[in-house]
Design a protein around this ligand. Sequence first.
Ligand code: ZN
Ligand code: ZN
Length: 188
Amino acid sequence: MAKHTITVTWDEIPADADPDALVGGGFRGYRCDCGLPLDRRVNAELHAMENDMCSTCLGAAEEVVVPGFARPCTACASTGRRGPQLVWQAAYGEAEQVITIGLLRRVVRGLPEPFALSRAADEVRALLGLPPGRLPVGPRVRDLLQRLAEDGEIALASAPDELLHGTEVVLYRDPLWRRVPPPLNGAS
Ligand SMILES: [Zn+2]
Ligand SMILES: [Zn+2]
């Protein structure tokens, strides 16, 4: 029985590397122990899925964000397996249904500033009567806060915990946020 262990190799990363490409799977090569050449990220993901491995961490149970920095893979609960990843995806889908942007906006309005991601997640859990661990509330709240930030409704109020590559690729564990007041003459 062939063993499928997918290995990630790193290319030279230029100092001005595009942060999204760097975090999103670029500047890497992939190969599998079975000898299958995996030139692109998408092929590595498909091969991982075919072999019952998590398509986010490719079976490694941890995500290597940049060379020398890895974190436990949340998509598969650090198992590296496809089954737990599917369970997580279904739970995340359910969280998307119940934790809407409107709900989070209401929560954000009521929190004293600056407020932490974890505090907003606790508030959402309390509001919906969800016991901890029932749904991936934290990841869903994190994604929605990101969306409010992109829309200019809130802004980061804390410094990153880690600078991973220059000042562009950074890591926040439990960032603080503050609300951005709407422009005085702005129609809303
Ligand atoms: Zn293989
Ligand atoms: Zn994984």
